[in-house]
Ligand binder design. Sequence first.
Ligand SMILES: NC(=O)c1ccc[n+]([C@@H]2O[C@H](COP(=O)([O-])OP(=O)(O)OC[C@H]3O[C@@H](n4cnc5c(N)ncnc54)[C@H](O)[C@@H]3O)[C@@H](O)[C@H]2O)c1
Length: 249
Amino acid sequence: MSALLAGKRIVITGAARGLGQSFARAAADAGARLVLCDILEQPLQETAATLSEQGAEVDAVTIDLADPASIEQAFARIADGGGIDGLVNNAALATGVGGVNMLDYDIELWDRVMRVNVRGTWLVSRAAVPLLPRGGKIVNVASDTALWGAPNLLAYTASKGAVIAMTRSMARELGERGICVNAIAPGLTRVEATEYVPAARHQLYETGRALAGAQQPQDVDGSVLYLLSPLADFVTGQLLPVNGGFIFN
Ligand SMILES: NC(=O)c1ccc[n+]([C@@H]2O[C@H](COP(=O)([O-])OP(=O)(O)OC[C@H]3O[C@@H](n4cnc5c(N)ncnc54)[C@H](O)[C@@H]3O)[C@@H](O)[C@H]2O)c1
């Protein structure tokens, strides 16, 4: 059997580290050509160099999801290299955004979370659509915190609820172009960004899962590969929690 994503050109945002870096490695292993985007320029270059040394075809493009002009410039560069086959909207303000209750949450931080996670996801998708063919795929990375009502994380959970809602509307709007749009909702995963999360919250997840224990980035890769692949050609507007059965959709 040929590789699942053989020759496909896939854009992954937030690919410098964490889940996005793991998706990039998995997509490369599945035969994809990669366009990795992030605001963290140095870690992005390092990730791209490592994957390139391992034999992957990789472009690295710096992008700031908070800045519409930066998104347009990044996609102009991406378009110079031709069309794309898939987009993973993974970049988000995902760290340092919790631990404060709704009564004390900072308004500036609320706005920044929304600007990056919600408006940024829309603007990146908008820029990507002209480059996607029929059969193209968009995978939005939401979070299961929006499903179970995680406390002390309100701007983030609201932003991920919006990503789920956008996934459904985008699926209907882009259906006429033959583009599939789906979302995954990972559970709390052990990455650099979640080191700040209190031990009690990690424990809640690790004992509350149907498949008890810690979630690693690699546990999420397969669902992203599937939704990017022709195996998911008739799947759109759906939300797939990938959390070891912590909460069900
Ligand atoms: N780790 C978890 O437990 C978990 C659970 C559910 C969902 N998620 C989601 O998974 C995705 C990846 O999160 P992660 O845990 O790997 O965290 P992370 O912070 O390591 O990854 C987010 C990436 O997005 C980038 N980014 C942030 N702001 C940006 C901007 N303005 N422009 C461009 N890039 C920007 C960061 O530099 C980083 O590389 C996020 O969407 C997050 O909400 C994570």
